[in-house]
Design a protein. Sequence first.
Length: 413
Amino acid sequence: MKGSSRLVAFLGIIVIMAGVFAWTTPGLVKDIRLGLDLKGGFEVLYEASPMEGGEKVTPSSLKETRKSLEARIDKKGIAEPEITTEGSNRIRVKLAGVTDENEVRDMLKKPVNLTFRSGPNHDKIELNGLDFVENGAAVQRDEFGNPYITIKLKEAKKFEEITTRLTKQQLAIYLDDKLLSAPEVNYPISGGTASITGTYTIQEATELKDNINLGALPLKLTEKYTQSVGAKLGQQSLHQTVEAGLIGSGIILVFLVLLFRIPGVIAGITVVSYVWLLLLVFIMMNATLTLPGIAAFVLGVGMAVDANIIMYERIKEEIRSGKSLLSSLKAGSKNSLRTIMDANITNIIASVVLYVIGNGAIRGFALTMIFSILVSILTNIFFSRFLIHLLIRSNKFNKPSYYGVKEAEIRAL
């Protein structure tokens, strides 16, 4: 009775898995974000350098410049931009589905322009970003707890002259061509520190402070590398790569069934579960799938199959030595585990090194490899062993031939 219940449990697990995979896989595939090499678009690598008279490039200024690029792209309505900083002075921009590439590139390479303007139409520039101390804006609270913004300037006398001339007039603050605020100058300001007061919430005050600090860090962006991929070419690459992966995986699984019989079938089940779990991990991470990522994905399938082959071969050796199937499973799994884990750990270390020192597509490949290996360990070692254990304990598949071993090959103890 126990043997039958284990067989029912095995079949129940397979049926439930098949139902879950069939129901969720189309949605998972649809929700995966595609990189520009699959969806079409363009990629630009910028090198940041200080404007004339500006401060040197710092991690803070690079981060704030990235934020300004994101804000500009959002205004253009471009979906899912991927903007990352690299090294000490580089920013990589990946935009998928862009129709007018030149217009977007011209927009991105303009430095952030912070200006303080006067006049009825705010048409006279009194100060620009170079007049302010880097990261000199801060949010403070008055005695009533109301937030206000303080700003530090490089030349106190220049600011005192401007505020003296503009007393009881507006000194508008612009970032690029966007009006941030238009405070009124109440009195001449000396000492090189100004306060912007008003009916600000803490969120509004913080946003204004960040924008002013951003404008005080003007960086010049120079294109060092650019790549464009047409949407049709990207879709063709995706189709061909997936098709090649499916054909290759199918051939390997047929080979496993012919070589190992029932364990080969188990390997097919665990490889399918591996692919599904890896897709789920991609969705949970909100990762972007690229051609190098698919290459790592397919390579991960090969490594998963390799783990199965090592374990199954050790089990076959134990069966040939004359041990029972259950003892062979335990001994073979135990003896193969260290070999498999050593190989996977060294691959993880190599992938981590690639991720740390690499950039762009290399980092995507490395990250996919790391998660492929972790998911493979879960499915193709522990889950595979669990399924074979259920079949052996069911007492329905106890012939050595079911595991790829001929009776003549078994040595008597």
